[in-house]
Design a protein around this ligand. Structure first.
Ligand code: PRP
Ligand code: URA
Length: 211
């Protein structure tokens, strides 16, 4: 049995999604909306992080609080996932950031790895993969496989938009991975783009559209 997808249910998320999908949003507006969505998604995805009791001295007395436990990794998939890092770190400033670079071959839609510098051994205890788009699922699956090979025991995928094809693939190949999305769209088109979607997330976030 795979983990059910966790869909974000929040009025601010619905508002930010309109700005993100809107083809007339400028790159700065696009990044701002992506930031708001990532913060909400990160709050949801990290709500079950492990904690340990910690004694705290308030101005009035001692009390027992809870502190986060263990090493946590944030893993953006280049390029588009980079836009999600700062909002995520605003909630978890001490997380480790490990980058993975993949681009999709335009013909085959297969992910091509171009950056992977995970060390040998000493994996983080919990990792959150960040990529706004889950289309065929190829890039997310390749990233999760790299992290499994590193030895990370608890894995999460955080995306903004997903297609049914990519979601099904991740659930089948990675039944223990928790998948968090802001919205599950209708389908992929012939070019492997999510419909209705938002276009090319990396190009829009970084104002790098060719034409
Ligand atoms: C986009 C997106 C994902 C991938 C999703 O990246 O950011 O990484 O496509 O597609 P998939 O689920 O079919 O693998 P892209 O390859 O366009 O690279 P970029 O972020 O550098 O633009
Ligand atoms: N990558 C994107 O940036 N957008 C899509 O719709 C699919 C993959």
């Amino acid at each position: 049995m795979s983990e059910p997808v966790q869909l974000l249910s929040h009025a601010i998320a619905r508002d930010a999604l309109c700005a993100l999908r809107d083809t007339h949003s400028r790159p700065a507006q696009f990044r701002e909306a992506l930031g708001r969505l990532t913060t909400l998604l990160a709050a949801q995805a990290t709500s079950g992080l492990r904690t340990v009791p910690r004694k705290v001295e308030t101005p009035l007395c001692d009390c027992i609080g809870e502190a986060l436990q263990g090493r946590i990794g944030v893993v953006p998939i280049l390029r588009a996932g980079l836009s999600m890092v700062d909002p995520f770190l605003s909630l978890l400033p001490d997380a480790e950031v490990w980058h993975l670079g993949f681009y999709r071959d335009e013909e085959t839609l297969q992910p091509v790895s171009y950056y992977q510098k995970l060390p040998q051994g000493k994996p983080v205890e919990e990792a959150f993969v960040l990529d706004p788009m889950l289309a065929t699922g190829g890039s997310a699956a390749a990233a999760l496989r790299d992290l499994q090979n590193w030895g990370v025991p608890r894995l999460h995928f955080l995306g903004i938009l997903g297609a049914p094809e990519g979601l099904q693939r991740l659930q089948e190949e990675f039944p223990t991975v928790t998948i968090h999305l802001c919205a599950l769209d209708e389908r992929l088109n012939e070019q492997g783009y999510i419909v209705p979607g938002l276009g090319d997330a990396g190009d829009r976030a970084f104002n790098a559209t060719a034409e």
